[in-house]
Design a binder for this molecule. Structure first.
Ligand SMILES: [Zn+2]
Length: 458
């Protein structure tokens, strides 16, 4: 017969085991299918389910996200931007936002609405290549608009729609996709809109803003995602300082003022949160320091024959050599690195830095990454399709500080006149959007709640 002490120890052990099993079952239950996802993707180092967020009674709060392409973190210091200064002084902001790699538009816009790195949402560039199935997606029309390019994760607007909150999405990548029979209540596909006068651009966006407010106030929409490209476009082609750049800033500033004015006119100050974000900043060449461009053709004279596909984004490039040409392509390009020409050459599955978070089947077999100040082009004839870029982005955001973007929020959910001393990452924004809308089914993501929670009214 065991002694009473032994019985006590056995009971304690049994209770401990049962408790431990309960924790495992509980975790598996809440993580659902995402738990598998987390195990297979090391980069999901921070994950949280929205049900764990401090959800407040915000089902009545609405959200308008205005995404200003190419707005660098340091532009907020320009005191001539009256609308922006007013917006910031009554809102909450962070010092800077670190884009995901590569620091280009589509990957970052998709991280904003999913909280995921490129390896988890699959949007690895502005152009997407599925080498295995010989399919491509390009950001400019005409384009392959199959859902497959954007449906590896669930963007914010679909989660909102699933929770019966209506969304209107202007010009976001993949705004048209449907998943499980759910689609944005209203969307407009991207079509470039920059070869117009400033007046025409302003009028066009004021109309979109007015339309958005009508939807928010009269048609019971809860979410608006709106994208503007004028600053990015001018930064690439004209650069700064220039009067064209100043006028693109002034134009954007007038739209920020218009947003505030329209919110007041529609009496939505207690209902609507407006968040101004950007996808990346810009770095500029100067006459004394022009970008140093390397052409693939200098190292691979027959690159079109040697490669199945290639996707060059200035500071980075994905290459898919033909099977029998891999060694030759790799050896030729390696001289870029060996000779210290400001370009690193990586091989998929071998040495691509984990911090880039691009471990995905659609990543090129070879990745080229240029240092700040250096850039890549296929050949001189194709250089920027005839338009030299004097401003650019896409560099490793850890090496080029000018890649950092903005996050400025204004509305009932946010502190007023608050500047967080912390910077955040692009993947952190999603948790704020979910919280403001009071969504309860946002997915596990790479964002950190701790880095954004101080912006909010407790
Ligand atoms: Zn962009």
């Amino acid at each position: 017969m065991p002694s009473s002490n032994e019985i006590r120890i056995i009971v304690c052990i049994v209770i401990g085991i049962v408790f431990f099993l309960c924790i495992i079952i509980y975790n598996n239950h809440w993580n659902g299918e995402d738990s598998l996802f987390i195990r297979t993707k090391d980069s999901l180092d921070q994950h949280r389910r929205s049900r764990h967020l401090p959800v407040v009674d915000q089902r009545k709060q609405k959200l308008l996200v205005f995404m200003v392409d190419g707005f660098s973190h340091d532009y907020v210091n320009d005191q001539n931007l009256v609308g922006l200064q007013k917006f910031m002084s009554s809102g909450s902001r962070v010092k800077h936002v670190k884009p995901i790699f590569p620091s280009i538009t589509y990957p970052n816009m998709f991280s904003q609405v999913t909280g995921l790195y490129a390896e988890n949402h699959g949007v690895l560039g502005n152009s997407l290549i599925d080498n295995k199935n010989n399919k491509t997606f390009d950001d400019g029309p005409p384009s392959n608009t199959e859902d497959r390019w954007f449906n590896e994760s669930t963007p914010l607007w679909l989660t909102a729609e699933k929770e019966e909150l209506k969304s209107v999405v202007y010009f976001w990548p993949g705004c048209y996709i449907s998943k499980d029979g759910v689609q944005a209540s209203n969307y407009t596909r991207y079509k470039s809109f920059y070869n117009v006068s400033d007046e025409e651009y302003k009028l066009h966006y004021e109309t979109l803003i007015k339309e958005s407010f009508n939807k928010l106030s009269k048609e019971n929409y809860s979410l608006v995602l709106l994208y503007s490209e004028i600053i990015d476009h001018v930064s690439h082609l004209v650069g700064k300082p220039s009067k064209e750049f100043d006028s693109s800033m002034k134009l954007t500033d007038s739209l920020i003022e218009y947003l505030i004015k329209t919110r007041d006119e529609f009496k939505m100050t207690l209902d609507l949160n407006i968040i101004l974000v950007s996808d990346h900043g810009h770095a500029f060449e100067t006459p004394k320091n022009p970008f140093k461009i390397h052409y693939l053709s200098d190292y691979l004279p027959n690159y079109r024959e040697d490669l199945e596909h290639f996707s060059v984004n200035g500071p980075s490039a994905y290459l898919w050599p033909k099977k029998d040409k891999f060694s030759k392509v790799y050896a030729n390009l390696s001289s870029l690195e060996i000779e210290g020409k400001g370009v690193k050459v990586y091989v998929k599955g071998m040495d691509i830095p984990a911090k880039y978070h691009i471990n995905h089947e659609r990543t090129g077999d070879i990745l080229l990454v240029a240092d700040p100040g250096y850039s890549l082009e296929p050949d001189i004839a194709m250089e920027f399709k005839g338009e030299r870029k004097v401003g650019n982005h896409g560099w490793d955001p850890d090496k080029e500080d000018d890649m950092q973007g903005i996050f400025i929020a204004n509305g009932p959910a946010f502190k007023k006149g608050y500047v967080s001393r912390k910077g955040i990452r692009m993947v952190d924004e999603y948790n704020v959007f979910c919280h403001v809308l009071g969504l309860t089914s946002c997915h596990a993501n790479n964002g950190s709640w701790d880095s954004v929670s101080d912006l909010l009214v407790k």
